[in-house]
Design a protein around this ligand. Structure first.
Ligand code: ZN
Length: 179
């Protein structure tokens, strides 16, 4: 299967995010297998079918799917099989991936904007040993020394970091506009 850029970005993000959530690289690989299968099938399928295709236990597949769904990496539809029963099916397509990426870019951009605001309104100090940050008030209180390891605190060069972060936000917004 040849992947376009959006799909590769999405899969790479999913692999890292799931490996991180589980603290387990293998779970990240299973996630990729599930997501790739869903893209290839291009239709909503139940978890039992996924388990059969991948030769993995349905329990494990289901567990992975629920985590992915919570993060918003897969779509879930409920179809009624008869009057009383429902069947749950999972799907992933290009539209879904695009929407996810746009939302992710927006989240990152707004977090960076928040960081820029914090930097512009507070003087921040950092400990070069443990990298903990301090406000000006805290730095005064601790006599400009880190209470953890007694290292002299250094002032963060806010203006250069603001310039850097502003450029990142600008690039993200540009990327979003071309979608
Ligand atoms: Zn420290």
């Amino acid at each position: 299967m040849s992947e376009d850029l959006e799909t590769s970005l999405f899969l790479e993000y999913a692999r890292r995010r799931i490996s991180f959530e589980y603290d387990n690289e293998e779970m990240g690989e299973l996630t990729i297998k599930i997501l790739k299968t869903l893209i290839e099938r291009n239709e909503a399928i139940p978890d039992e079918t996924l388990a059969l295709i991948l030769g993995t236990s349905a329990t494990e597949i289901r567990r992975a799917l629920h985590v992915m769904h919570r993060i918003g990496l897969v779509g879930l539809v409920r179809e009624s099989t008869d009057q009383y029963r429902y069947e749950y099916k999972w799907f992933l397509n290009k539209d879904f991936i695009r929407k996810f990426l746009i939302q992710h870019i927006n989240n990152v951009a707004s977090k960076l904007m928040h960081r820029i605001n914090t930097l512009s309104t507070t003087t921040l100090y950092i400990c070069p040993t443990c990298f903990r940050g301090y406000t000006l008030d805290e730095a005064y209180e601790y006599d400009f020394k880190c209470p953890r390891d007694d290292t002299e605190l250094v002032q963060i060069d806010a203006s250069s970091e603001i310039t850097f972060l502003s450029n990142v936000v600008k690039n993200l917004r540009r990327e979003e506009e071309t979608k």
